[in-house]
Design a protein around this ligand. Sequence first.
Ligand SMILES: Nc1nc2c(c(=O)[nH]1)N[C@H]1C(S)=C(S)[C@@H](COP(=O)(O)OP(=O)(O)OC[C@H]3O[C@@H](n4cnc5c(=O)[nH]c(N)nc54)[C@H](O)[C@@H]3O)O[C@H]1N2
Ligand SMILES: Nc1nc2c(c(=O)[nH]1)N[C@H]1C(S)=C(S)[C@@H](COP(=O)(O)OP(=O)(O)OC[C@H]3O[C@@H](n4cnc5c(=O)[nH]c(N)nc54)[C@H](O)[C@@H]3O)O[C@H]1N2
Ligand code: SF4
Ligand SMILES: [Mo]
Length: 693
Amino acid sequence: MPTSTIRAACPHDCPDTCALLITVKDGVAVEVKGDPDHPPTSGVLCTKVARYTERTYHKERLLTPMKRIGKKGEGKFAPISWAEAIDTITTRLKKIAEHDPQATLPYSYAGTMGQVQGESMAARFFHRLGASLLDRTICASAGAAGYKYTIGASVGTDLEQFQHAKLILIWGSNSIASNLHFWMRAQEAKRRGAKLIAIDPYRSLTAEKCDQHIALLPGTDSALALGMMHVLITEDVIDHDYIARHTLGFEQLKQRALEWPPEKVATICGITIEEVVQLAREYGNSARRGDATAIRLNYGMQRTHGGGMGVRNIACLPALVGAWRLAAGGVQLSSSGSFPKNTAALQRPDLMLNKATRTINMSTIGDDLLRPSSQQFGPKIEALIIYNANPLAVAPESGKVLEGFMREDLFTVVLEHFQTDSADYADIILPATTQLEHIDVHTSYGHLYVVANNAAITPLGEAKPNTEIFRLLAKRMEFNDPCFSESDDTLAAQAINRQDARAIHIDWDSLKHSGWKKLAVPDAPFANGNFPTPSGKCEFYCERMIADALDPLPTYIAPYESVTSNPHLAEKYPLAMISPPARNFLNSSFVNVQSLRATEGEPHLDMHPMDAAARGIADGCQVRIFNQRGSYVSKVRITDRARRGLVVGLSIWWKKLASDGKNANEVTSQRLTDMGNAATFYDVLVQVESVVP
Ligand SMILES: Nc1nc2c(c(=O)[nH]1)N[C@H]1C(S)=C(S)[C@@H](COP(=O)(O)OP(=O)(O)OC[C@H]3O[C@@H](n4cnc5c(=O)[nH]c(N)nc54)[C@H](O)[C@@H]3O)O[C@H]1N2
Ligand SMILES: Nc1nc2c(c(=O)[nH]1)N[C@H]1C(S)=C(S)[C@@H](COP(=O)(O)OP(=O)(O)OC[C@H]3O[C@@H](n4cnc5c(=O)[nH]c(N)nc54)[C@H](O)[C@@H]3O)O[C@H]1N2
Ligand code: SF4
Ligand SMILES: [Mo]
């Protein structure tokens, strides 16, 4: 067979959604490259996906359906046929449905971000079955809610404009690790004279390469933004014309901001008064000079109690200084709201057996698996169908999650590429195809292109796409609606709403040949206001928040667990802990790829020299990290990358590849954010001690 090149898309949960070129020789994918012509990708891939063939052809790929033959968690399985697997699953789901189909729960997240292999056929299946709905809150829902109250939708500065900015605040984002193609633009801006300021409790790979680094305490960003507003307003470095025309509630905001002088803010944030004042002046003066002034906000700063409010407060800043006037000014949290998706066509909520079906929050899966049936909760969870996710490694308060997964009466099915920590607890494992083996269509949360994924190779072993697995299950359940026989090609064609002016030109048939197309959207989305809020303005004062029992004005919501907000707890567990992504992993994906794991080494905990000295901890020794929820072990790295009072465990390790079979989620909590019901992974106090061998 000759060599061919296939156009594809990176499926991972990363804002960059790279366009890929796959070289296929004799039916084997031999190389994965970034498309040099796709402007966001520019021919560059991260190390992880440059190794995608290593992952796809990994010797531990799951290649046949399997049933468990050992105890839960032991990881012992025997191959079975697809017919037996489908039969076993549907027999059990039918039996559960006889008393209440809500006792079945789908559990999925963004293992693939594809519109087709994500929530299309799967959602149709669970809607028709009458299964519980899943609230997908594990990552971004707090920030998305805060942004929506303020700006109206997840729409912001275009990635392709950032190189024209003169000042960029990189706020709660380790872009080098997790948003590489933004970092390339920021570097270009720097070459053209821009200043980059990182706002991050940790001196990340990104923070160390910025011109300035402000190391505030986790969960205090909303206070910092209020302090900036105070300085901007009292020193009158604001854009009165933009405020008058395109914002709502400035007078109320002004009163509120006056309550937040820099002295108060500096104490809360654990930084100096000068840092607050200088940051505000620099930000306001940059916009006043007519320089493009931009913020790259990322989800790292909204994983604490007040995460939603933090995003909201920061999202007010560009309107205050008129930064939206320029295409390279403003703020980007996510571009996902720019895409006209046809979610209803893909997911078919009209098929729902019961419109009043309950919703389970994925971030509290630990507690929810342990709840008995009750009037309030409904039926206990009896079946868990997991795809595109690895909850045992990624969900908070892992001890509880494990206890739930151990339940003998819980029937667990896992659709996977590998035998992950979660798969070890399955009753049935189903082998899923990787991105090289199936088709899909991708939107992005970091740029404005729709990207097509063509299948490059035939499925390995007996692996099947998620969609095909749910088609088989639907057929066996005798779900006869014609939508259950639609092909992946048909699903891909439904994904984008072409009635919408932004996507009129994007049809699937030409997209799969060209590979990608940009949405038709304006360069400077809010230069003339037109915010997608009910008022059409940037809402400093937001009435919708009152209806949601929230303060309608920017405010500070303290972390659940911090030395100042919970001194009693801090007596026992005095260190704040965060566990942001390691560069060579993507959440818990790639941890089992040998070359990438070798680069990360083993689980580490970064700790400040003074915190280590106070505990008699020597560099390189094993430490136990613990709190009221659990404990795990890591090798300590003594470094001032972690500010005093903070420890950092880069994540997310597969538990079974760690020496003690545990990871950072032993100590994280199931408490939820102020808005969006999201997880609070970075709102944690711990104590650390040397492990005496
Ligand atoms: N290589 C790699 N890339 C990834 C991922 C991955 O696992 N690995 N994950 C993907 C996913 S799912 C997501 S959601 C995104 C995540 O993208 P981000 O949320 O931007 O995550 P990071 O880039 O790690 O940035 C998090 C940074 O925020 C800092 N931080 C933690 N708490 C706070 C706080 O309270 N305030 C402030 N200001 N900063 C804080 C951390 O120290 C860290 O440096 O990245 C995606 N890209
Ligand atoms: N301590 C701590 N915990 C965290 C975070 C943190 O920063 N710190 N980050 C949180 C965040 S932001 C997120 S988004 C979540 C991520 O949590 P998850 O979305 O669960 O991410 P992954 O761990 O990468 O798991 C995705 C799984 O999907 C599988 N997969 C990929 N493609 C396919 C497919 O086509 N079909 C099927 N069936 N399976 C597929 C992969 O093999 C992988 O095992 O973790 C959260 N947990
Ligand atoms: S993980 Fe992100 S940076 Fe890496 S190839 Fe995929 S989209 Fe690009
Ligand atoms: Mo995420």
